[in-house]
Design a protein around this ligand. Structure first.
Ligand code: ADP
Ligand code: MG
Length: 285
């Protein structure tokens, strides 16, 4: 009786640790940083229900470069929106540091494909500072300093006072990356961030992203429909089937870098993934 009361009494409930402590504790226990657990996502319109993903599961760990790879319409963006906290799963659960994701938060920042994600009336510097100020993460002086530091990391400190329309597509994406990194999110979410760039700029951006990761070791969830990009950017790749997205396979890709491009092992991996993505289940079985 006494024991029961002790356990139930609120005065004896364990204190809830602060977020950084919780994250450290979770990491020490080997709990993944992000858990996507049997997640089905749907869009409901007046006429019908569209199932975007069906029972998708994967785990991400600290400093992972995890890639979601699949054809257009397989639900990659929808999954990213759900991890961002903008859409609730109809089935399953998403957990960050062992806590259920139920709303957007500064611990998950998205970089999109579109070049117009930067408000055009703000300078580059103001654009990077804005989320830091809006989320009250930092005061004005500290935000200005951190923003400049992050612009320097992406090679754009010289353009701090420029406006977005004065920049190329690749430079705008660098600003968007600097703005996201400045928030020091638990996970950086990137939705086909280089898809609208020309081939050479795209390759350069992949190279820079990897160099930045080498330096900062952020945790990245990167969405693409390009098999080559997935192999270059990711250390792990989740393959999603065409609509509705289901997990086809998860593969390790840490052996590949930009230097592997065009090599025979790289080409063989591309072919193998292509078959896994597009072959009907059961064919050849
Ligand atoms: P991907 O990013 O892999 O190309 P999406 O996540 O954008 O795919 O879309 C997954 C599926 O959900 C597609 O069939 C798409 O048509 C549908 N879809 C996306 N957004 C909406 C929406 N707002 N309303 C209804 N259906 C949608
Ligand atoms: Mg998409």
């Amino acid at each position: 009786m006494a024991t029961t009361m002790l356990r139930a009494g609120p005065a004896f409930a364990p204190p809830v640790p602060a977020a950084p402590q919780r994250a450290a504790a979770a990491a020490a226990l080997g709990t993944p940083l992000l858990q996507v657990d049997g997640v089905s996502l749907e869009y409901r319109t007046r006429e019908r229900v569209v199932r975007a993903t069906h029972r998708v599961s994967f785990d991400m760990h600290e400093a992972d470069r995890f890639v979601l790879l699949g054809p257009s319409g397989c639900g990659k963006s929808t999954l990213l929106k759900a991890i961002g906290g903008f859409i609730r799963p109809v089935e399953g659960e998403i957990r960050l540091d062992a806590r259920t994701v139920s709303a957007p938060g500064p611990d998950r920042i998205v970089v999109f494909q579109e070049f117009d994600q930067l408000p055009p009336w703000k300078t580059v510097h103001q654009n990077v500072m804005f989320p830091l100020l809006a989320s009250r993460t930092l005061g004005r002086k500290e935000a200005a300093e951190r923003a400049l530091h992050c612009l320097d990391k992406v090679g754009l400190a010289r353009f701090a006072d420029a406006h977005p329309h004065q920049l190329s597509g690749g430079m705008k994406q660098r600003v968007a990356i600097a703005r996201a990194l400045a928030m020091q999110p638990r996970v950086l979410l990137m939705d086909e961030p280089f898809a609208a760039l020309d081939a050479l700029t795209r390759r350069k951006m992949q190279e820079e992203l990897l160099a930045l990761w080498d330096e900062v070791r952020f945790t990245l969830l990167f969405v693409t429909h390009s098999i080559e990009e997935a192999l270059v950017v990711g250390n792990r790749i989740a393959l999603l089937s065409p609509h509705p997205g289901r997990m086809r396979a998860e593969i390790n890709s840490h052996g590949f870098t930009l230097d592997s491009l065009g090599g025979s092992a790289f080409q063989a991996a591309v072919q193998r993934i292509h078959r896994m993505l597009f072959e009907e289940e059961g064919v050849g079985a």
